[in-house]
Design a protein around this ligand. Structure first.
Ligand SMILES: [Ca+2]
Ligand SMILES: [Ca+2]
Length: 210
């Protein structure tokens, strides 16, 4: 009999991103010694310059094509963390009004199984045990697993998987990589695996952090 179990885990940031793109109606920049530079489309969204990881192309008549691949923008910090609990003060004050209700480590103010710092990582409500990053649906057809999890529009997500959670089995990030959230409260992705047992976890990636 096939056994399949799902683990849901919200982790704090590993990559920094913001989702600013070049306005396709006004894609130009100007430099005195290069002339006008046009930001060209990459797919349907245009050159993306505001993200940590840029994409698309620039073109200037005097300098030719400039690929944005591999270009990274500066890091935007989330704000001071005066009590050193791993949760920026602005978010902590917004959620609770003080800096003493939420704490770092394994502290879980609403006892929903997600620690306070990870609730910040997933931008879920740290005082609401119904608000958390979690899988909400799962199905398997043949060798294709379908997973649905809760999302926020200000976070990116990564799926991790492992054939076991013991015997030193390593977690590996799924080939989907870091993905943007779908519109709405949840998103679904499929994973092909011939393994009869597979464990999954989903990671929220902060857009504005180190
Ligand atoms: Ca919690
Ligand atoms: Ca919560």
């Amino acid at each position: 009999m096939k056994t399949l179990r799902i683990l849901a885990l919200a982790l704090c940031c590993v990559q920094a991103r913001a989702d600013t793109t070049v306005d396709p109606a006004e894609p130009y920049a100007y430099a005195a010694n290069a002339g006008w530079i046009n930001a060209y489309a990459d797919g349907t969204n245009g050159a993306v310059i505001g993200q940590t990881f840029c994409s698309g192309y620039l073109y200037g008549a005097n300098i030719g094509w400039i690929s944005l691949s591999g270009v990274r923008t500066a890091v935007l910090r989330a704000g001071a963390d005066s009590d050193g609990d791993g949760i920026p003060d602005p978010w902590e004050l917004q959620m609770t009004g003080v800096l003493t209700v939420l704490s770092g480590g394994s502290h879980d103010a609403d006892d929903d199984g997600v620690c306070d710092a990870s609730e910040y990582g997933a931008v879920t409500a740290p005082l609401d045990d119904q608000s958390l990053l979690t899988f909400t649906a799962f199905s398997r057809s043949g060798t294709t697993d379908s997973l649905t999890w809760t999302v926020r529009p200000t976070r990116f997500y990564a799926l991790w998987q492992a054939p076991a959670v013991s015997n030193g089995a390593a977690w590996a990030q799924n080939a989907l990589g870091v993905i943007s959230p779908d519109a709405g409260p949840a998103m679904t992705r499929t994973v092909n695996t011939a393994s009869s047992a597979q464990f999954y976890r989903v990671q929220a990636v902060l857009p504005l952090s180190e």
